[in-house]
Design a protein around this ligand. Structure first.
Ligand SMILES: [Fe+2]
Length: 360
């Protein structure tokens, strides 16, 4: 047995208002006036003075607003990298992602691709990155994805949706300021929070479970139940706790794996462009055979927060489209092995997946 030597985020700040320390944190990392800091910021914050006025720009630093209607594509990453190379005479001092999973993943991917030759699609997979990334910082403004702690950056390429998983992917610095999540719309809050809840269930019910992931998974699960099922928390406490649930959920899957909901959600995302959080919810709603207790709690949470999931999204799909989704889902072998064990191939058949997709 070879145990994974897992890289972690090197530094983390936690606290309401800690975002104000950004400049102080970045200053020592500046490599001169021609090496800018590039800030990717979720474009929902465009014109949001409360947040953007606190990003201090010096020399050639730049804020780039990122649309988050769609999840990142490998071609988009390659374009962002080329834009930087063409605009600046030197490599940036660092890349900062301020937003949700999409923006944090973009920051991770760009920081990797500025130091690794070729196209980002060639690095989708496990441990294909050769050189350390540029200094990169993650600042979540919505909680749940675990992108702030993960060793992956999920990209949709020409052939597949798959992460660049590497020891160089995790952030060098994370700033956890729960106050930044205060204006998240309720449906987004729910879908992204449920990403975390699903991480917990898939990790805790998986065959890869070990004491390391269990300790994080149980904590995150407990926090999710407090946030989504109880009425005991103030709004601020709920923001603080969900931010830590996301962190712990991410740590839990880091040392184990996700499962059926994630595998099938990747299929929906690849074919229909359904975003990760809502995709997980749409799939998880139908997984009572795999995760009975978790799905029952999920349904309670849905009712409590009056969330109506889209129905019938696969209704008009053709056979070849179902085939493609099933191909994408089944290609994620570690997820299935974690969920169902070594004999997963006999359990997760194409017919089973087809029947599930047809319900969605
Ligand atoms: Fe996820």
């Amino acid at each position: 047995m070879i145990y994974k030597n897992y890289p972690m985020v090197s530094r983390v700040v936690f606290g309401r208002g800690s975002f104000n320390q950004l400049d102080e944190i970045l200053s020592p990392k500046r490599n001169g006036r021609n090496a800018p800091f590039i800030f990717y910021v979720d474009d929902v914050f465009k014109g949001n003075h409360w947040l953007t006025s606190r990003i201090i720009l010096s020399y050639k630093d730049k804020i780039i607003y990122v649309p988050t209607k769609e999840e990142p594509k490998t071609s988009q990453i390659d374009q962002l990298v080329e834009d930087i190379i063409l605009e600046y005479s030197e490599l940036p001092s660092g890349i900062i992602g301020i937003g949700g999973g999409i923006v944090m993943d973009i920051a991770k991917a760009v920081s990797l691709m500025l130091t690794n030759k070729g196209e980002s699609k060639d690095y989708q997979g496990w441990d294909l990155i050769k050189h350390p990334a540029l200094y990169h910082v993650g600042i979540p403004t919505i909680s749940g994805t675990g992108a702030e702690v993960s060793r992956t950056t999920i990209l949709t390429g020409p052939e597949r949706k798959l992460g660049i998983n590497s020891d160089h992917t995790p952030f060098d610095q994370v700033i956890l300021d729960p106050e930044l999540t205060k204006d998240v719309p309720k449906d987004q809050w729910f879908y992204t929070g449920m990403d975390c809840f699903v991480h917990c269930i898939e990790s805790l019910k998986g065959t890869y479970l070990n004491a390391f992931s269990q300790s994080y998974g149980e904590k995150a699960y407990e926090l999710c139940k407090k946030v989504f099922l109880e009425d005991t928390l103030s709004e601020k406490e709920a923001q603080d706790k969900l931010m830590m649930a996301s962190w712990h959920g991410g740590m839990s899957i880091a040392y184990s794996q996700v499962g059926v909901a994630h595998a099938m959600s990747y299929g929906l995302s690849y074919l229909l462009g359904i975003k990760h959080g809502i995709g997980n919810c749409i799939v998880f709603d139908h997984l009572e055979d795999y995760y009975p207790e978790g799905v029952a709690q999920f349904k309670q949470m849905k009712v409590k927060h009056n969330i109506k999931l889209p129905q019938g999204i696969c209704r008009d799909l053709e056979d070849y489209q179902f085939d493609k989704m099933i191909d994408v889902a089944l290609s994620l072998e570690p997820l299935w092995e974690n969920a169902l064990g070594k004999n997963w191939k006999t359990l997760a058949t194409r017919q089973k997946l087809l029947a599930l997709y047809k319900k969605m």
